[in-house]
Design a binder for this molecule. Structure first.
Ligand SMILES: [Zn+2]
Ligand SMILES: [Zn+2]
Length: 135
């Protein structure tokens, strides 16, 4: 199965081959600023399960840390992909850019210690201070 996604202007389109690896809401400050949002919902797939369909030449990258690059459409600014040498082999994609339904439900809140005070979360999902159970 495949899940398609695109940027706001439609120039950049891509496809994920399922199964995805996770579905997490990230509250870290970097994600919040990069998206101008209270939190960012992420999924990820192995490198070879991510495919650009159109508009790859429109992409611009921003190194948000020594290890991470965030790719966005240079025309409309939509952030469509995150990769990090800290997590080699995985491509991260904002779920909000996907056009097809996800193959799983949201699983947890990560970096919940950085969550803003002005957005209340009413779900029962686990909340981790870091990336998950291990930290
Ligand atoms: Zn665009
Ligand atoms: Zn984050």
């Amino acid at each position: 199965m495949a899940i398609r996604g695109s940027c706001l202007c439609g120039a950049v389109t891509f496809k994920l081959h399922t199964p995805t690896k996770f579905f997490s809401h990230c509250h870290c400050e970097t994600c919040r600023r990069a998206h101008g949002a209270a939190f960012v919902s992420w999924t990820g797939v192995p490198d070879d399960c991510f495919e650009w369909l159109t508009g790859a030449e429109q992409l611009t990258g921003y190194r948000s840390s020594e290890h991470a690059t965030r790719s966005f459409c240079s025309r409309c600014g939509t952030h469509v992909r995150y990769v990090s040498t800290d997590w080699p082999g995985t491509v991260y994609v904002p779920v909000a850019t996907l056009s097809d339904p996800m193959d799983r439900d949201p699983e947890d809140h990560i970096h919940a210690g950085e969550a803003v005070s002005w957005c209340s979360l009413n779900d029962e999902l686990p909340r981790y201070l870091g990336f998950g159970e291990d930290d």
